[in-house]
Design a protein around this ligand. Structure first.
Ligand code: G3P
Length: 216
């Protein structure tokens, strides 16, 4: 499973990339706003240069012509840009047109297997089911990942399942079991994956034993 970083914060992207843990990045309008970005195009290019993988950049328009105009501007910025388009009627139409032009897309705000299938049929490169937001509403987000995996495998669909709205480390291991192609993780979750209290306890004991044995 590929690990994408779900952030617009360059320092986090660079730090995780130095560890070799970034296969791509996803952003959205909320994450961009959080970083108080003024020059969006320059920031997207900086993210592309900071790590080796695809970078999802989301359109703001919700009408077909507006989505296409923004999408083409975004796609021209850098070869690693993937245009992120919401799961709405005009969005689907735009995904079809962009796919026909060889532009990669990520269909976002997916909350059902039917939506994922429509995006795949339109030619989306990625679909982004939002696990945490389903869990927030007492629906099993991980069940949706499993369901989409089964359906895509049944029909040999190549669209990648990009599990999004991941809130904790258990979501990540469950995504791996469920066969998600990609999980996009907040930086805190990536760091959480590194840690286990028994690792810290074990290392402290090794070092203490070594110190005791060599001290004379
Ligand atoms: O990739 C989508 C993700 O950023 C949404 O996460 O935690 O706002 O539901 P969250």
């Amino acid at each position: 499973m590929k690990f994408f970083l779900d952030t617009a914060k360059l320092s986090e992207i660079k730090e995780a990339a130095d560890l070799g843990l970034v296969d791509g990045v996803t952003t959205n309008p909320s994450l961009m706003a959080k970083e108080h970005i003024e020059d969006y195009p320059a920031h997207y290019v900086a993210i592309c240069r900071a790590q080796p993988g695809d970078v999802s950049a989301e359109v703001i328009a919700t009408d077909y012509d507006g989505i296409m105009r923004e999408a083409l501007q975004l796609a021209r910025l850098h070869p690693q840009i993937v245009v992120k388009v919401p799961m709405i009627k005009d969005g689907l139409k735009a995904i079809r047109a962009l796919s026909d032009e060889g532009i990669k897309t990520n269909c976002t705000l997916i909350f059902s297997a039917a939506q994922a299938m429509l995006a795949a049929k339109a030619g989306a490169t990625y679909v982004s089911p939002f696990i945490g937001r389903l869990d927030d509403h007492a629906h099993d987000g991980m069940a949706l990942i499993r369901q989409i995996r089964t359906i895509f495998d049944n029909y040999l669909i190549e669209t990648q399942i990009l599990a999004a709205s991941i809130r904790h480390t258990l979501h990540v291991t469950q995504c791996m079991e469920a066969g998600a192609d990609v999980a996009t993780l907040p930086y805190s979750v990536v760091m959480g994956l590194l840690k286990h209290p028994l690792t810290d306890v074990g290392l402290a004991k090794f070092l203490a034993d070594h110190t005791a044995a060599t001290k004379k």
